[in-house]
Design a protein around this ligand. Structure first.
Ligand SMILES: Cc1ncc(COP(=O)(O)O)c(C=O)c1O
Length: 383
């Protein structure tokens, strides 16, 4: 049965005030997530240091993230950010051999290129895969870049600039055929699309709780395929990455046997409260239903943009799209500000205004956006 999306909208007070189309930057706040953060503060006021309960919250986030991705909890590190997870992973990779190439795409969020470039002094060679003339990155372009020297293919699932979704199963097949591993940066897709890391067959995946997972900043995850964990010993470490945290042993680094070895210091407890509440909410709605709704909303939005003569640059096929619709403008900063003045929250990147949809949006949001865009077209339309 389809979730009652209209009833779910009432859990997000901002939706009564604004047309909220900015989940690709920051998800809307649910009443339950606000209550969870308040519960943490209450705990501090009344119990003081409720350490065991706080560590349990971190474990709950790990388990819920595993459920979301169809992984095992032992394959999930709860990190402070995508960047923290990628740095821990990179620190465990040996680039000194002949297999030292890292393939990234031109659709990457900066952190998933910068961190691999930062490994160049350690022997990494970073190669970028460019888009084709029409703006998408076809599989052939990856086939040209991935070879026997490729150690890792580090790619985004959905591009933060234009909403394009890469052909992950195709890229994974190419990479595995050459003996390379695949890291998926799924921050722009997790929670908005249904993701099964086992079906996708990726070796690593990183994301965070701030956007479509309804949580907050300062908390994310790194998935590591179970069979690879013993082969990777991060040089970026800390006491929460140790096999026995309570041992307080200062004589050696003894990494945890599971993905916790990619963690570092004490968990961001308040973030765990928010992330747990967000994940529970999202899992109760269900990512298969959310994905269907997001495809319908983005398709409808793109059709309506076409009707008003202001085409988005986001691919129209579902297989090539996430939950963001990117619209080119001669002044995307001015346009986003003008939309905000009219109560429509968007963001902008790289010459485009981004309208990011989530299950709590509906057709009335699309219509408010379209009416405003129509009125602003003459001033802010594309060149
Ligand atoms: C695709 C993608 N990857 C990574 C990041 C950055 O993640 P973090 O700040 O947690 O390192 C973002 C943030 O917007 C993103 O959209």
């Amino acid at each position: 049965m389809e979730p009652d999306f209209q009833a779910l909208r009432r859990e997000f007070p901002i939706l009564a005030r604004k047309t909220y189309l900015n989940s690709g930057s920051y998800g809307a706040l649910a009443n339950g997530v606000k209550a969870a953060v308040e519960a943490y503060l209450e705990d501090r006021l009344i119990v003081g240091a409720n350490w065991d309960a706080w560590v349990a919250k971190n474990e709950s986030v790990r388990t819920l993230t595993a459920t979301l991705l169809r992984a095992a909890p032992d394959e999930i590190a709860v990190t402070a950010s995508v960047s923290a997870g990628l740095n821990a992973l990179a620190s465990a990779v040996d680039f000194s051999g002949p297999r030292n190439k890292v393939v990234v795409s031109d659709f990457e969020f900066p952190t998933n290129a910068q961190i691999w470039h930062a490994q160049e002094p350690r022997g990494a060679r970073v190669v970028h895969v460019p888009p084709a003339a029409e703006g998408y990155i076809p599989l052939e372009n990856f086939a040209e870049a991935i070879d026997e020297q490729t150690l890792l293919v580090a790619i985004t699932h959905v591009c933060y600039r234009n909403g394009a979704k890469l052909d992950i199963p195709g890229i994974v097949r190419l990479a595995h055929a050459k003996g390379a591993r695949v890291l998926l940066d799924c921050y722009q897709s997790v929670g908005s699309l249904d993701i099964d890391v086992k079906t996708l067959d990726v070796d690593f995946a990183a994301g965070g709780m701030l956007k479509y997972l309804l949580g907050t900043a300062g908390i994310g995850f790194l998935y590591v395929r179970g069979s690879l964990i013993p082969t990777l010993v991060p040089a970026n470490s800390g006491w929460f990455a140790q096999a026995d945290i309570a041992a307080m042993d200062i004589t050696a680094n003894r990494p945890a046997p599971n993905a916790r070895r990619f963690e570092a210091g004490a968990p961001g407890v308040v973030n765990c409260y928010a992330a747990e509440a967000g994940l529970k909410f999202l899992l109760a709605v269900g990512t298969p239903a959310i994905e269907i709704r997001n495809y319908a909303l983005t398709r409808h939005c793109m059709q309506r943009l076409e009707e008003i003569g202001w085409r988005s640059i986001t691919p129209t096929q579902n297989e090539r799209r996430g939950a963001t619709v990117a619209v080119p403008s001669q002044d995307c900063v001015g346009l986003s500000k003008e939309l905000m003045r009219r109560g429509i929250v968007t963001s902008y990147r790289d010459g485009n205004v981004r309208a990011s949809f989530h299950f709590y949006n509906d057709e009335s949001d699309v219509e408010s956006f379209i009416a405003a865009m129509k009125a602003l077209r003459a001033r802010f339309g594309p060149f």
